[in-house]
Design a protein around this ligand. Structure first.
Ligand code: ZN
Length: 254
């Protein structure tokens, strides 16, 4: 197992690779499960978001154009620090977590309710562009016990969610094991570990912040929905290509 040990010189502050995968855990806090009117799941509920849906601290949250009820879900985010074997114990898995931070799992609750009613997948409610945020991350060795971390979510300065990792149904290490049973977990992959109670709507113009003593405070502003795509940043590149290139629409060549 020593080959899976985390590197001694963990980069500081750690920034995940933009190409890592993003796994999210649903219903990992009892009071949140209750506020949604669900039953506590037998095994962790795992869903994925595209890595390029991630909103960095210097970018705004853009209200999605296909829903009305955009909910904040503050979550402890694990940054996987090494190559993870398919089968591991929780004692081992705790060493595979390189860094932790706080982020938002943004959720279109109205769209999710509709999809759940029909028994359909959640992508449109959970995995839209800009559906995850992440603040700075810190090495695990600096924060200590992952089971003793408090964190909160504030909207316009008012506390909406207060969580403590000791309330998790499945611990961070056990979540790593659960994901690794199904997927190849690699350095730079992220696991959003579920949200505590207090989820609620965000409006255009709101400032939403995630905060904890061990990582500081990061905030994002909610911008109105975009009804048109932004200009294609590669327009000039497409135009520069010789005619006859396969897969390039004729109108792009000017
Ligand atoms: Zn969530």
């Amino acid at each position: 197992m020593t080959s899976f040990a985390p590197p001694d010189t963990w980069p500081l502050p750690y920034t995940p690779k933009p190409t890592g995968r993003v796994y999210c855990i649903g219903m990992n806090y009892r009071k949140h499960v209750a506020e949604l009117g669900n039953a506590v799941p037998e095994k962790p509920v795992v869903f994925m978001k595209p890595a390029d849906a991630l909103v960095r601290p210097d970018r705004p949250i853009v209200f999605p154009r296909h829903g009305r009820e955009l909910h904040h879900e503050v979550e402890l985010v694990l940054v996987i620090g090494c190559y993870v074997p398919y089968r591991c114990t929780e004692e081992q898995a705790v060493h595979y977590i390189g860094g932790v931070g706080l982020g938002l799992d943004l959720t279109l609750r109205d769209v999710q309710a509709e999809l759940r009613k029909k028994g359909l997948p959640w992508e449109a409610a959970k995995s839209f562009d800009g559906s995850i945020t992440l603040g700075p991350t810190v090495p695990v060795r600096e924060v200590g016990n992952l089971g003793a971390l408090e964190f909160s979510c504030l909207v316009n300065g008012v506390v909406r969610q207060q969580g403590h990792t000791s309330d998790m149904i499945v611990s961070p290490a056990a979540l790593v094991c659960a994901v690794a049973e199904v997927w190849d977990l690699n350095p730079g992959d992220l696991i959003y570990t579920g949200t505590p109670q207090g989820v609620g709507p965000l409006e255009v113009g709101d400032e939403v912040a995630v905060e904890a003593p061990w990582v500081g405070r990061t905030s994002w502003t909610v911008m109105p929905a975009r009804q048109e795509r932004e200009e294609d940043p590669y327009e000039d590149f497409w135009r520069s290509l010789p005619p006859g290139m396969p897969g390039i629409p004729a109108r792009k060549r000017g």
